[in-house]
Ligand binder design. Structure first.
Ligand code: HEC
Length: 91
């Protein structure tokens, strides 16, 4: 019984972790936290500095850090995915 329970819980955790990025979570976090220093115009500006997914993730991480929100990696990934989906559109 105990083994079965551990197996089931592990399966749930694995399934949960392998889910695609949660764009709704990303949007909510971004709207509630990220528009105090800059607007979203920056993401579509001709002079934007982020040119690939890795840089986008790094930038979200850095801005999260300066904001002091201490998001989990999953939240960073959700916000980066949301920004990519809505603005950057990197492949
Ligand atoms: C404390 C102020 C501040 C907050 C809050 C902030 N940012 Fe930023 N962000 C900046 C600054 C300053 C830059 C421009 C840096 C540069 O030009 O090199 C920037 C740039 C960016 C860029 C890159 C834009 C480009 O050039 O393509 C992204 C993406 C970004 N921020 C995302 C976020 C996200 C996501 C959040 C919420 C966690 C956030 N920012 C919150 C200050 C902030």
């Amino acid at each position: 019984m105990k083994t079965f329970l551990i197996f089931t819980v592990s399966l749930i955790i694995i399934t949960f972790n392998s889910q695609a990025a949660d764009l709704d979570n990303g949007r909510t976090l971004h709207t509630n936290n990220c528009l105090t220093c800059h607007t979203s115009n920056m993401y579509t500006s001709k002079t934007r500095k982020v040119h690939d997914l890795a840089a986008l993730n790094a930038r979200v991480k850095r801005c999260d850090f300066s904001l002091g929100t201490q998001w989990f990696d999953d939240d960073i990934a959700d916000v980066a995915a949301y920004l990519n989906h809505g603005y950057y559109k990197f492949k």
